[in-house]
Ligand binder design. Structure first.
Ligand code: GDP
Length: 201
């Protein structure tokens, strides 16, 4: 069995549950705060230019479904933590995210993207605990590593792994900009699907 990650296409935009794609494919959700580089990560890991980078934070948010080689979907959840939106808007986004996480039976993996410079924020920790409480496996991706010197990278690796209580070897340190570390993520995703989901050893 081979999985071709570059064989990814846009499938659907959804604002509510009734809009989610109907066909039962396993799904990987991508979460993180607004501007952390979720779209850039999707482009680097799957197919260039498939996700829109740098769209204005605070614009109307939706859930975007991408189909990966007809084997699984990636689900781009609205970015949280953007300060300059109204309270009502924040509640709406939160409900959209929770609705998806609470109800999507085929959710098999969560990818939580954090900024290497900032580390996990309070919202990231909430998301982490939420996924953990649902017993969804979580892949942590620390993005924007190109923005730090090697010394600072080493410090942040330690800080982040301590805060999350995960050994650094289980955290992916990447730059979606220059594709550093992306091959490891790709390999791990493929292994996860082949071994855990499709049941091939
Ligand atoms: P999203 O809001 O989480 O989808 O974030 P985007 O992918 O739109 O990226 C937000 C901004 O961060 C854009 O200006 C990207 O070019 C930039 N960005 C994303 N990933 C990286 C990275 O690994 N390194 C650097 N230097 N910039 C990045």
């Amino acid at each position: 069995m081979k999985i071709h990650l570059e064989n990814t296409c846009f499938e659907k935009v959804a604002f509510k549950r009734e809009d989610y794609p109907a066909k039962d494919l396993p799904e990987v959700c991508i979460c993180g705060r607004s501007n952390v580089g979720k779209s850039s990560f999707i482009n680097a890991t799957f197919k260039n230019n498939i996700a829109k980078v740098g769209s204005t934070p605070g614009k109307t948010r939706s859930i975007v479904f991408f189909n990966v080689d007809n084997i699984f979907r990636i689900v781009d959840l609205p970015g949280y933590g953007y300060a300059k939106v109204s309270k009502e808007e924040k509640i709406k986004w939160r409900k959209m995210i929770e609705d998806y996480l609470n109800n999507r039976q085929q959710l098999k993996l969560g990818i939580l993207i954090i900024d290497i410079r900032v580390g996990p924020t309070e919202d990231d920790m909430l998301m982490f605990s939420f996924l953990e409480s649902k017993e969804i496996p979580i892949m942590i991706v620390a993005n924007k590593c190109d923005k730090l010197s090697n010394n600072k990278l080493a410090v942040q690796r330690k800080v982040i792994s301590e805060k999350l209580g995960i050994s650094p070897e289980y955290i992916f340190f990447v730059s979606s900009k220059n594709k550093l570390g992306i091959k490891d993520v790709q390999k791990s995703l493929i292994d996860f699907f082949i071994n855990e989901i499709l049941g091939e050893k």
